[in-house]
Design a protein around this ligand. Structure first.
Ligand SMILES: *[C@@H]1O[C@H](CO)[C@@H](O)[C@H](O)[C@H]1NC(C)=O
Ligand SMILES: *[C@@H]1O[C@H](CO)[C@@H](O)[C@H](O)[C@H]1NC(C)=O
Ligand SMILES: [Ca+2]
Length: 439
């Protein structure tokens, strides 16, 4: 189901892009608003009781709400790789074969990244005449060959890795922030996140980047804006005017600020008169991180578990499409705290390939009652599933895994541009090793 959603998403974009090119003088602009660890249950429109997302709820009212939208993976990097390539992580290389690990991403010490052989959405759009900008988190590799401007983007303001830390900046470099090809500073040093108060201005900076780009492009070539903000990923943050304004705590403050930004972006498109020529899509890379909740994590509504699990809470994402005039109105870590269901949620990894846990989402959306292995219903569903799995395997050519090898020497010690700023750090000796993925 995950494949279907992501691949369908990509082909819809491309279908529209090429259709637009034939039928109209100008293909539609595309604005992709990608949230970080925001859960299905965080939107008022999905039943979040404090109803603090008026702009997203309005967007849904004016556009199309997708209650069954799935990501391809419940973790940042593989999910984003799938979103931008339209291919499963096992095909695009964003996975690992180390031990039983399934939750691999791209920390600073990762050696791999998005392979050159992949075609990314911005690369295809560029061929169709688009100008492409990424604002915020890339997370598809930070070494020079993985730079977003080498993979179809024309402009970038943001960071290659997750903002979490802080580091003491001797043992590990703080994450750099780039403008286009070069770093312009680092988190904590130049782009502070106050871990105590949760104050950071990053969401406002990212909003300004979006606004400037939209204004610059509004009456030029068609544009693709990939707005990948990360305020809802722990450590969550908000700017001063939003801190303390949510009934849901600091996480809610971050959601409220993003909601406000979404409202401003949609209003800008309307003020510029380009709303009927701009397709806007809102979703999240993975479900809310229950290990960070309640202060630093969101809600997956009625669904089980969250980020880092393949239960509904990890894979099912909030999703809204908006286009006026076109769209009618591992052991030791408990990823499911407080949701102990015998034989379903486990601390250790279980092999389910031969005997998958099946749920009837119609009568049991919370996945609390696995269908009995011995029932006729279970047997009948397996008869449908296994041939599909076999068919899938027949054409499966696994890519070279990108998330197996780590090396402290590849961290962001000396990103391009650091010389100009006098901010290069000395890297340690190169020592490649197997990444430690405990979960
Ligand atoms: C955010 O911006 C305001 C206004 O420029 C400034 O006073 C404040 O120190 C900034 N906060 C952080 C955490 O950078
Ligand atoms: C979870 O449930 C299982 C089986 O019912 C039980 O053995 C285990 O102790 C429970 N764990 C917790 C943390 O409650
Ligand atoms: Ca994420």
């Amino acid at each position: 189901m995950a494949t279907v959603a992501m691949v369908l998403g990509l082909s819809l974009f491309l279908g529209w892009a090429s259709l637009g090119a034939e039928a109209e003088p100008r293909p539609p602009n595309i604005v992709l608003l990608l949230m970080d660890d925001m859960g299905w249950g965080d939107l008022g429109v999905f039943g979040e009781p404090s109803k603090e997302t008026p702009h997203l709820d309005q967007m849904a009212a004016e556009g199309m709400l997708f209650p069954n939208f799935y990501t391809a993976n419940p973790l940042c990097s593989p999910s984003r790789a799938a979103l931008l390539t339209g291919r499963l992580p096992i095909r695009n290389g964003f996975y690992t074969t180390n031990a039983h690990a399934r939750n691999a991403y791209t920390p600073q010490e990762i050696v791999g990244g998005i392979p050159d052989s992949e075609f990314l959405l911005p690369e295809l759009l560029k061929k169709a005449g688009y100008v492409n900008k990424i604002v915020g988190k890339w997370h598809l590799g930070h070494r020079p060959q993985f730079h977003p401007l080498k993979h179809g983007f024309d402009e970038w303001f943001g960071a290659p890795n997750c903002h979490f830390g802080p580091y003491d900046n001797k043992a590990r470099p703080n994450i750099p922030v780039y403008r286009n090809w070069e770093m312009v500073g680092r988190f904590f040093e130049d782009f502070p996140i106050n871990l105590k108060t949760g104050e950071a201005n990053l969401t406002q900076i990212y909003l300004q980047e979006a606004v400037d780009f939209i204004k610059q492009q509004a009456h030029q070539q068609p544009f693709f804006l990939y707005w990948a903000v990360d305020a809802t990923h722990a450590p969550v943050y908000a700017s001063k005017s939003f801190l303390g304004t949510s009934q849901r705590g600091r996480y809610g403050d971050a959601v409220r600020e993003i909601d406000d930004c979404v409202g401003k972006i949609l209003k800008l498109l309307q003020d510029l008169g380009i709303q009927e020529n701009t397709f806007v899509f809102f979703t999240s890379d993975n479900g809310a991180a229950l290990i960070s909740a309640p202060i630093q994590g969101g809600s997956n509504g009625p669904f089980l578990c969250g980020k880092q699990t393949t239960f509904e809470g990890g894979m099912r994402e909030p999703a809204i499409a908006w286009w006026p005039g076109h769209i009618p109105a591992g052991r030791g870590i408990d990823f499911c705290p407080g949701q102990n269901i015998s034989g379903v949620t486990t601390h250790s990894q279980e092999e389910h390939t031969k005997l998958p846990l099946l749920f009837h989402l119609g009568r049991d959306p919370g996945e609390k009652y696995p269908i009995s292995f011995s029932s006729l219903e279970y047997q009948n569903v397996l008869l449908k599933i296994f041939p599909i799995v076999e068919e899938h395997k027949k054409t499966m050519i696994p890519a070279e895994p990108q998330l197996n090898v780590c090396n402290l020497a590849v961290m962001n010690w000396a990103p391009p541009g650091c010389e100009k700023l006098g901010r290069c750090l000395a890297s340690p000796e190169s020592k490649p090793e197997k990444c430690f993925w405990p979960h």
